[in-house]
Write a new protein. Structure first.
Length: 370
């Protein structure tokens, strides 16, 4: 028999998940049209945040839907991820392909851009298919209706209970320990697998910090920003590793295409200087980003950032208020909720919802000293 969720905890999680579902629904049309690559990025981030929350609040969801919802959102994340990665690669090449490049370098860059653009067009077809399927199966509508039903009439429910703090501490501490388990591996720049694993662990920690940030007021926001910086730097290192591992394979594939079309590999020679130049650029960029990562890491370590984070999550902001409402923190069975109505036209807003500040990147202040 699965464990029941506490009602206050489930309502808190429902508000966060509802926000992500709404963001997904808002961006679907833009992502299908592909007029702005930012729509793909925003949907991908929202899907990741939603998956993270679905994992921590699965006991608050109908058992027959919880696994299905998680699996379907995971598919969307992966589809969007493939398109987003190509968008980043194309943007990188466009940024480097400027007037400063020598004429002999340009053909290689143009060929890379051509092939990646062709791959991006194929990826977009998959994006369109999966997002249309998502619209037609009404998954997001079903999720929204359930979450709106769960959060309806919650004005008088105190959310920041000991149960919620316990869940937040457990989740953040577990992710922090996983993230820090890689710290002894970072001093070898060739340790690609460990650096990539640390990046993934850092991503999980960041999304978990964002999820529970409201219950700690503004205290976690500097740590969210710090994790974003670390994640971005490790991301740049990983992207460079992907480029450098992919380029030799790409050159061989291009060589085969040229030989098949022309009957010889002569035309490949005019492309090779650009390929070599780009590989050298990515090698240098990786070293720069790795050095910056180490500098940032040492700065955070000297500021005792991780010790500070542990101290923040060890105790609630308002123990007295939480204890007063402890007795009313009843257990919750999601299957007991009435059938949700379509409330897409309803304007919702409760005191509980208003107590949850937005913790997205757009509202995170510049990083102060930790």
């Amino acid at each position: 028999m699965r464990k029941k969720g506490q009602k206050s905890v489930c309502i808190f999680g429902a508000y966060f998940m509802l926000e992500q579902v709404n963001r997904l629904q808002t961006e679907i049309g833009n992502a299908i049209e592909a007029k702005d690559i930012e729509a793909i990025h925003q949907m991908r981030v929202a899907s990741r945040r939603l998956r993270n929350a679905l994992n921590y609040f699965k006991n608050c969801l109908p058992q027959k839907f919880a696994k299905e919802w998680q699996n379907e959102i995971r598919k969307i994340t992966h589809t969007l991820g493939a398109a987003r990665d190509l968008d980043i690669q194309i943007a990188c090449l466009n940024e480097l392909d400027d007037d400063s490049l020598e004429d002999k370098i340009r053909p290689g860059y143009k060929r890379l851009l051509l092939r990646l653009t062709q791959r991006r067009e194929k990826a977009q077809k998959k994006v369109i298919k999966n997002l249309i399927d998502l619209q037609e199966n009404d998954l997001l509508t079903k999720m929204r209706q359930f979450l709106e039903t769960l959060t309806a009439n919650t004005d008088g429910i105190y959310l920041f209970t000991p149960s919620l703090y316990e869940k937040a501490f457990s989740a953040i501490n577990e992710n922090l320990e996983d993230f820090l388990s890689y710290q002894s591996d970072i001093y070898d720049p060739k340790n690609m697998e460990k650096l990539h694993a640390m990046r993934i662990a850092g991503k999980h920690l960041r999304y978990t910090l964002e999820l529970f940030a409201p219950i700690y007021k503004q205290a976690l926001l500097p740590h969210v920003q710090a994790m974003k910086e670390i994640q971005d730097l490790l991301g740049e290192i990983h992207d460079a590793d992907v480029w450098l591992g992919w380029l030799p394979k790409f050159i061989e594939q291009e060589k085969a295409l040229i030989e098949d079309y022309f009957g010889n590999t002569g035309p490949l020679r005019r492309l090779l200087p650009g390929f070599k130049h780009f590989a050298e650029n990515r090698t240098n960029h990786r070293q720069q980003q790795y050095n910056l990562f180490l500098s940032t890491w040492e700065s955070l370590r000297s500021e005792k950032a991780w010790q500070s984070l542990r101290e923040i999550i060890q105790a609630p902001i308002s123990v007295e208020d939480a204890v007063i409402h402890l007795a009313a923190d009843e257990e919750f069975t999601p299957e007991d909720l009435p059938e949700a109505e379509d409330t897409s036209e309803r304007t919702t807003g409760t005191s509980a919802n208003e107590s949850l500040p937005d913790t997205t990147e757009s509202t995170i202040p510049p990083k102060p000293n930790l």
